[in-house]
Ligand binder design. Structure first.
Ligand code: SF4
Length: 164
């Protein structure tokens, strides 16, 4: 299975806690004003990369990295493929953070099984569209103040958003 990939960072310190590999997927419909990755909104941007290739690149960074971050673009538009990838990443005992323009509630209360399955596969969700007017005092690792750093496992268990 291939995933349309816009970029990959082997080691990053700014996309979640600890040293992390970051996978940027192509395509996003949220159209946030001031988007930092505007070129990645295009679903055709980048190249098709197999799950095996992505996994091998991640494995090259073990044990330096603490986890993997999904970014983009909109990772939840690639929910099925990323859920499979997440399963393999978990076997490496790495945690998974994910950026999304959707809110936790939009995903959790929505009817899209693929998106819900991806949500269940990740540890920390940074949710909501980027708001250029709310960049001051944004939480660490978020772009704007409306975005939340969510403990997904605790939130799913308590059926409400629990911040990390
Ligand atoms: S959700 Fe992210 S990638 Fe999509 S438009 Fe907003 S800032 Fe850009």
């Amino acid at each position: 299975m291939n995933i349309r990939v816009a970029g990959f960072l082997d080691n990053s310190l700014v996309n979640g806690e600890g040293i992390r590999s970051v996978l940027f997927v192509s395509g996003c419909n949220h159209k946030c004003v001031g988007c930092h990755n505007e070129v990645m909104q295009d679903f055709n941007y980048g190249e098709d990369v197999s799950k095996e290739e992505i996994l091998s690149r991640i494995k090259n960074n073990v044990p330096i990295i603490k986890g993997v971050t999904f970014s983009g673009g909109e990772p939840f538009e690639k929910a099925k493929a990323l859920t499979e990838l997440a399963r393999s990443i978990k076997e490496l005992e790495l945690n998974i953070w994910c950026y999304t323009g959707y809110t936790f509630e939009e995903i959790f209360e929505g009817k899209d099984e693929d998106k819900i399955n991806l949500l269940k596969s990740i540890d920390v969700l940074i949710d909501g569209k980027f708001d250029i007017n709310l960049t001051e005092d944004a939480p660490k690792y978020a772009g704007s103040k409306n975005q939340r750093i969510i403990d997904v496992k605790a939130s799913l268990m308590q059926k409400k958003v629990i911040l990390k």
